[in-house]
Design a protein around this ligand. Structure first.
Ligand code: ZN
Ligand code: ZN
Length: 502
């Protein structure tokens, strides 16, 4: 059930307060933990840039800017601090990330003046309204100081990347860019292109009033009822965390966006058709094959919102630390379907797991596919096998990872200590990621969880305990997500189930 939102409505645009790049820069910080396997950061990087491209193509330039900048911060500065960064087996991923960084930096160069212009215009409007020439002058001065600082840092990042990319690759990227630009000029903007990709965002657009609302909500969440928290350890084994696949080939640079500079409204685009799925009980949305491998098409001119579309510019919820969480939609038949698939294992007291995949559109994450990977289960463990096959499937179907689901054939509904560590790797990739537990023999029999942040996420990220199962401090490490204060919404729609077990 959707909560009413007084600032969004179907088919109407919401005027939002533009934010300057100085403000957006603060939302793009990212810090790696050397204790976390670098493969999770490779996967995170992939999810970051795919989301950035979606936002870019939807005309949501603020979120695109944040994610492209976050990507460059990860790819240029943070990753190199990881102890495994220089391992020879990561050469391919590192090369792909460097090329993607060039794409991201070019996008940032395009976006920055647009965003700053919107912000300056906004300040001028305020000053005009206040009828204060003095304030006008001082604010303009401070903005230009910020401008210079940001430009310097963006340029130095680019020099750093370019220095690390062999000359022939740079030439290739530039040629590809020119070629793709030429092609995109002749192509209609397509939604399939816009859907190439989906992960976590450091902030979201909203008015000052909304930000106050966020703070209020955050305070409210600090008072979650005790019963929403689970902090148990047990003697279970569980699935090993996913291995990220290599970030894909660096896509072409985006064309210059078409923006009406005097218009401070960032407009989402109309509903695109989703790519066809392997198995389709009933199309979730309109049909349409993916016809182009080009991810950045010509930016759409102003397109009217589809009346059926739901726009969520404001966050669904926030973390305990006040960071925004976007809506995550789950199909209402997920639990029933998964239990049916797992039934054979469950009857033998063997665990089953599945991966929740989906798409980002109009700032909403929607689970569109449940993938059952090859796996081996025991009464108290489940281990995914051949993860490359899983990631290949996701990549070829433009699917992002939104979490995982598993059964407790005989145990109650909670996250074991190993579950917490497994889920940690999902949540560092995407703050909205969820862990769903199905415990058919117990009540409650179904739980949708995320780590609290703080204290859960940093606590598990930094946990140095040895062994698969170990006790954790008695703190609220994780919480339900599908109540009225969470970011998960159960919706009635069809989705795909892909069983890779053969
Ligand atoms: Zn479990
Ligand atoms: Zn631990």
């Amino acid at each position: 059930m959707l909560r009413p939102e007084n600032n969004t409505s179907q088919g109407t645009m919401r005027i939002i307060r533009p934010r300057g790049t100085a403000e957006l820069n603060k939302l793009a910080t990212i810090e790696i933990n050397p204790r976390i396997n670098i493969k999770h950061y490779f996967r995170s990087a992939d999810i970051l840039i795919k989301q950035a491209r979606v936002y870019y193509n939807e005309g949501d330039y603020e979120n695109a800017y944040i994610l492209f900048l976050k990507y460059t911060n990860l790819g240029i500065t943070e990753l190199s601090r990881h102890p495994s960064y220089k391992a020879p087996e990561h050469k391919r991923q590192n090369k792909a990330i460097k090329l993607n960084c060039l794409e991201a930096l070019n996008a940032l160069e395009t976006l920055k003046p647009k965003l700053d212009k919107l912000f300056e215009d906004h300040l001028e409007d305020i000053n005009k309204n206040n009828n204060s020439n003095h304030n006008n002058l001082s604010r303009k001065q401070s903005t230009s100081v910020v401008d210079r600082k940001t430009r310097v840092s963006s340029e130095s990042l680019k020099i750093q990347v370019e220095a690390n990319v062999p000359e022939e690759e740079k030439i290739q990227v530039e040629e590809d860019t020119r070629e793709k630009k030429k092609r995109s000029d002749n192509e209609q903007w397509s939604v399939q292109n816009a859907l190439r990709g989906v992960s976590g965002i450091g902030g979201t657009t909203g008015s000052e009033k909304e930000q106050n609302k966020q703070r209020d909500l955050s305070n409210a969440q600090a008072n979650y009822p005790k019963t929403n928290f689970y902090n148990q350890s047990d003697s279970f084994n569980y699935i090993k965390s996913p291995t990220p696949s290599a970030p894909s080939y660096a896509p072409p640079l985006p064309p210059k966006p078409i923006v009406e500079e005097s218009d401070p409204i960032i407009k989402p685009v109309s509903v695109p058709p989703l790519p066809p799925k392997i198995r389709n009980e009933q199309q979730f949305e309109s049909k349409g094959p993916v016809t182009s491998d080009q991810f950045v098409p010509k930016l759409p001119p102003k397109i009217k919102l589809d009346q059926q579309d739901e726009i969520h510019s404001s966050p669904a919820s926030t973390t305990e630390g006040g960071l925004p969480l976007r809506y995550l939609y789950l199909p209402d038949s997920l639990q029933k379907d998964f239990l049916r698939i797992a039934q054979t294992n469950t009857s033998k007291n063997i665990e089953t797991c599945g991966i929740l995949c989906g798409t980002l559109k109009n700032n909403v994450l929607t689970v569109t596919t449940m993938v059952i990977p090859r796996q081996s289960g025991t009464p108290d463990s489940c281990t995914t096998e051949n993860e490359e096959e899983l990631f290949d499937y996701q990549d070829s179907h433009e699917l992002l990872t939104f979490g995982w689901i598993h059964t407790h054939p005989s145990q109650s509904c909670f996250l074991s200590s190993l579950d917490l560590h497994t889920h940690c790797s999902y949540q560092i990739m995407l703050p909205e990621a969820v862990a769903i537990v199905c415990a058919p023999k117990h009540n409650p029999s179904y739980g949708i969880f995320r780590l609290t942040d703080p204290p859960g996420l940093p606590l598990i990220t930094n946990c140095k305990a040895e062994g698969a199962f170990h006790p954790h401090p008695d703190e609220p490490i994780y919480t339900d997500t599908h109540n009225d204060t969470g970011h998960v919404r159960i919706k009635s729609y069809s989705y795909d189930i892909v069983d890779l077990r053969g």
